[in-house]
Design a binder for this molecule. Structure first.
Ligand code: TPP
Ligand code: MG
Length: 681
C-alpha cells in the first residue's frame, strides 16, 4: 500500500480491480489493448481521484480541467475512470467494449461518450491538441477575466494529458511541444508513459534520444519518476509530481514516468504482445492471483470499492459548489464579460456581427486572399472570440488581425507581444497548427483559424481529418490555391488537393470565385460552425458586377447560377479563379451564337445539402453538356457533370513560370475551352 496521505487500502483494491477489468474487457471481445490500460490504471486513478478538477455530474462544466488520453489505443484507461468516477459508464458498458453501438468504442470518441474531451487514436494528436486547449484557456481568460492575478481566476484550470512512446515519436507532438515551451503554457501537464515498448518491441529499435533533455530544451519543466522496485508505477512519487506540475504555472510540465506494460501479468508484462492482444484466460487468471484477486471472477468491482471510488463525485460537488459561488460573484462584478460568456456558451453570433464585412465593388481586381484578409478584420471587430494566425505566412495568407497583438507570454521580447493577443504565430508547423486549432475549438468558447499555402494542407491532413471527424469548427485558411502561384513552381502548386480535401467526409471545402464570394463564404463558415477550409487565390481576380450577375449570397447554397443565358445548351461549372474564366468563355461562345449558363460552385459540400429541386434548377438533367472548369485533377467532378460532361482539369504537376503563361499552356484559356465545348456539341 502506498504511504501517501489520503490513500487507503481501498484505493489499492480499486486499482487492482481496474487492472483486471482492462484485461477482462479485452479478453471478452477478443481484441484491443490490455497492457497499457493495466499499467496506467493507477496513474489515471490518481489523476481522476486526487488532482483533476472535474465534476462527473456535469462533464461540460466550464471550470473543469481537461483530460486527454493521447494514446487512444489505451481507451480502457479512460473508460475505467469514467466508470469509477460516475460519468454514466457502467460495468455493462465495459462489457460491451469495442462492440456495435456501445459507449466504449475502440478509441475514445468525442461527442459519443460523456467525459471524452477529444477523439484520440492517431498518435501525437492528443499532445498537440492539448497545446491548443492550453492556448485557448489563456485567450478565454483574457476575454473574461483579464486582470485577475495568475492562479486566482475561476477560469484558470489545467490541461492534463497521458501519452505514450508513440505520441512522442510522432512529429506533430514535437512541433506543438516546442511551441508550448515558447508560449510558457504553465497550465499544460503531460504524463509520459515511458514503458519502452511499442508494437515492434523495445522502442530502442527506433527511439533512443533523451526525451527529458529534449523537453527541457523546449523550455518545459520535466520531472522524472522512476518505477517502484517491483516494477509497478511509483504512485506516491507520481502523486507528488502531479502536485509539482500544478504548482508550475510558467512552463508546461512533463512527468516522465517509468512503467512496465501489463504489470503484473507474470508472462505478458514488459512485452510488446501485451500492447495489442488479449492476454488469454490463463494469463489473466495468473494476473488476478498476483493482484490478490479471485481468478474465477470476471468484470469484478465490489460495491464497496465502487462506492469508495465514486466518492470523488461527492467531494468534487463541493469544489463545484464553491466555484459556482465564485462564478456568481464574478458575474455580478463583470456584467459585460458575463454577458459575453453567456453568448459564447450558446455559440450564437450576436446581431449585426457581420455588419462590418465589406462589399467589394467591381472594376478593381482583388486576390481572394486579400479579400479574405479584409473580411477577417471586419469579423474581428465584432467578434472578440475570433482569433488566429498562420504558419509563418501571415503576410501571404492575409491572416493577421490589425492591432490584434501577438499571442505570446508576458515575458516575450517580441514587439506587440501580449498574453491575450489575437494573432497566433504557429511557426512553420502546419500539422501542429491544425491540431492546435482543433484544441482551441474543443476548448469551447472561441473561433479560430490558421493559414498556410494550400499545397501544404497535406502536412496538416491528420489534424484536418480529426476536425471533420469530431465535427468541430476549426477553420483552415489555404491560400495560393493553384498554378496561379506561378514562378514558385510545382512544389508550391496544388493539383490533387481540392479532390483530396473534398474526399474528407464532413469537411467543407470552400473555394470562392471572387471577393464578394469570399465575404459570403466566411459568413457561411462562421454560421455553420463545422470544420471548413477556405481556398484562396494568390493572384488578383475580377470582382463580378453583381448588377449583371446573380447576388453573391448564392454562395451559401454551395453552387448557384452566376450568369444565365436564354435556352442554354451547356452549363459551365467553375470554382475559384476559374469562375471568371468561365464568364469569358460564356461571352466568347455567345458571340458565336452559343448560349451557355455559368454556375459558380464555391462549395460542393454545401450544394450537396440543398434540396433536389434547387439542385435541379441549377444543374437541370435536361442540359446534358455540363463542363467543369477547375485547375486541379478532375476526380470527383463526374458526379456532377455526368457521363456526357467534360472536365477541364489539370492531371499533372505544374511548372515554374508566370501564372498567365501556365494557365494558357495547360489549357485554361478561353480558346482552348471554347474549342473543346464546340467539339463536344
Ligand atoms: C499516427 C499513428 N500511427 C500508428 C498507429 C498504430 N499504433 C497504435 S499503438 C502504436 C504504438 C504503440 O506504442 P506506444 O505508443 O508506446 O504505446 P504502448 O504500447 O506503450 O501502449 C501504433 C504504432 C497509430 N495509432 N497512430
Ligand atoms: Mg510504449
Amino acid at each position: 500500500m502506498s504511504s501517501m496521505s489520503g490513500w487507503s487500502e481501498l484505493d489499492d483494491r480499486v486499482v487492482a480491480h481496474a487492472r483486471a477489468l482492462a484485461a477482462d474487457a479485452v479478453q471478452k471481445v477478443g481484441n484491443g489493448h490490455p497492457g497499457t490500460a493495466m499499467s496506467l490504471a493507477p496513474v489515471a486513478y490518481t489523476l481522476f481521484q486526487r488532482h483533476l478538477v472535474h465534476d462527473p455530474s456535469d462533464p461540460t462544466w466550464l471550470g473543469r480541467d481537461r483530460f486527454i488520453l493521447s494514446c487512444g489505443h489505451s481507451s480502457l484507461t479512460l473508460y475505467i475512470q469514467l466508470f469509477l468516477s460516475g460519468y454514466g459508464l457502467e460495468m455493462k458498458d465495459l462489457q460491451e467494449f469495442r462492440t456495435w453501438g456501445s459507449l466504449t468504442p475502440g478509441h475514445p470518441e468525442y461527442g459519443h461518450t460523456a467525459g471524452v474531451e477529444m477523439t484520440t487514436g492517431p498518435l501525437g494528436q492528443g499532445v498537440a491538441t492539448a497545446v491548443g486547449m492550453a492556448m485557448a484557456a489563456r485567450y478565454e481568460r483574457g476575454l473574461l477575466d483579464a486582470d485577475a492575478q495568475p492562479g486566482t481566476s475561476i477560469f484558470d484550470h489545467s490541461i492534463w494529458v497521458i501519452c505514450s512512446d508513440g505520441d512522442l515519436q510522432e512529429g506533430v507532438s514535437a512541433e506543438a511541444s516546442s511551441l508550448a515551451g515558447t508560449q510558457e503554457l504553465g497550465s499544460l501537464n503531460v504524463i509520459y508513459d515511458d514503458n519502452r515498448i511499442s508494437i515492434e518491441g523495445d522502442t530502442h529499435n527506433a527511439f533512443t534520444e533523451d526525451v527529458s533533455a529534449r523537453y527541457r530544451a523546449y523550455g518545459w519543466h520535466v520531472i522524472d519518476v522512476a518505477a517502484s522496485a517491483n516494477g509497478s508505477v511509483d504512485i506516491a512519487a507520481l502523486d507528488n509530481a502531479m502536485t509539482q506540475a500544478k504548482k508550475e504555472t510558467s512552463k508546461p510540465t512533463m512527468i516522465r514516468m517509468k512503467s512496465v506494460i501489463a504489470w503484473p501479468a507474470p508472462k505478458a508484462q514488459g512485452t510488446a504482445g501485451s500492447h495489442g492482444s488479449a492476454l488469454g484466460d490463463e494469463e489473466i487468471a495468473a494476473t488476478k492471483v498476483a493482484l490478490g484477486l479471485n481468478p474465477e471472477e470476471k468484470f469484478a468491482m465490489p460495491d464497496d470499492l465502487l462506492k469508495h471510488a465514486r466518492q470523488v463525485k461527492v467531494r468534487n460537488a463541493l469544489v463545484r459548489a464553491t466555484w459556482d459561488a465564485q462564478f456568481a460573484t464574478w458575474a455580478a462584478n463583470n456584467s459585460q464579460q458575463a454577458e459575453l460568456l453567456a453568448r459564447l456558451r450558446t455559440k450564437e453570433l450576436p446581431a449585426g456581427w457581420d455588419s462590418d464585412i465589406p462589399t467589394f465593388a467591381p472594376g478593381k481586381d482583388v486576390a481572394t486572399r486579400a479579400a479574405s484578409g479584409q473580411v477577417i478584420n471586419a469579423i474581428a471587430k465584432t467578434l472578440p472570440e475570433f482569433w488566429g494566425g498562420s504558419a509563418d505566412l501571415a503576410g501571404s495568407n492575409n491572416t493577421s488581425i490589425d492591432g490584434g497583438g501577438s499571442f505570446l507570454p508576458a515575458t516575450s521580447a517580441i514587439k506587440d507581444a501580449h498574453p491575450y493577443g489575437r494573432i497566433i504565430h504557429f511557426g512553420i508547423r502546419e500539422h501542429a497548427m491544425g491540431s492546435i486549432l482543433n484544441g482551441i475549438a474543443l476548448h469551447g468558447l472561441t473561433r479560430s483559424f490558421g493559414g498556410t499555402f494550400a499545397v501544404f494542407s497535406d502536412y496538416m491532413r491528420g489534424a484536418v481529418r480529426l476536425a471533420a471527424l469530431m465535427n468541430i469548427p476549426s477553420t483552415f485558411v489555404w491560400t495560393h490555391d493553384s498554378i496561379g502561384v506561378g514562378e514558385d513552381g510545382p512544389t508550391h502548386q496544388p493539383i490533387e488537393h481540392f479532390a483530396a480535401l473534398r474526399a474528407i467526409p464532413g469537411l467543407d471545402v470552400v473555394r470562392p470565385g471572387d471577393a464578394n464570394e469570399v465575404a459570403e463564404s466566411w459568413k457561411t463558415i462562421l454560421k455553420r460552425g463545422r470544420a471548413a477550409g477556405i481556398l484562396l487565390s494568390r493572384q488578383n481576380l475580377p470582382v463580378f458586377d453583381r448588377t449583371d450577375c446573380a447576388s453573391a449570397t448564392g454562395t451559401s447554397k454551395g453552387a448557384y447560377i452566376l450568369k444565365d443565358a436564354d435556352n442554354p445548351q451547356a452549363i459551365l461549372i467553375a470554382t475559384g479563379s476559374e469562375v471568371s474564366l468561365a464568364i469569358d468563355v460564356q461571352k466568347a461562345l455567345a458571340s458565336e451564337g452559343i448560349a451557355v449558363r455559368v454556375v459558380s460552385a464555391p462549395c460542393l459540400e454545401w450544394f450537396a445539402e440543398q434540396d433536389q429541386a434547387y439542385k435541379d434548377s441549377v444543374l437541370p438533367r435536361s442540359i446534358k453538356l455540363k463542363v467543369s472548369i477547375e485547375v486541379g485533377i478532375a476526380q470527383g467532378w463526374h458526379q456532377l457533370i455526368g457521363d456526357a460532361g467534360i472536365a477541364i482539369s489539370l492531371e499533372h504537376y505544374g511548372a515554374s513560370a508566370d501564372a498567365k503563361r501556365l494557365f494558357k499552356e495547360f489549357g485554361f484559356s478561353v480558346e482552348a475551352i471554347v474549342s473543346k465545348i464546340k467539339a463536344a456539341m
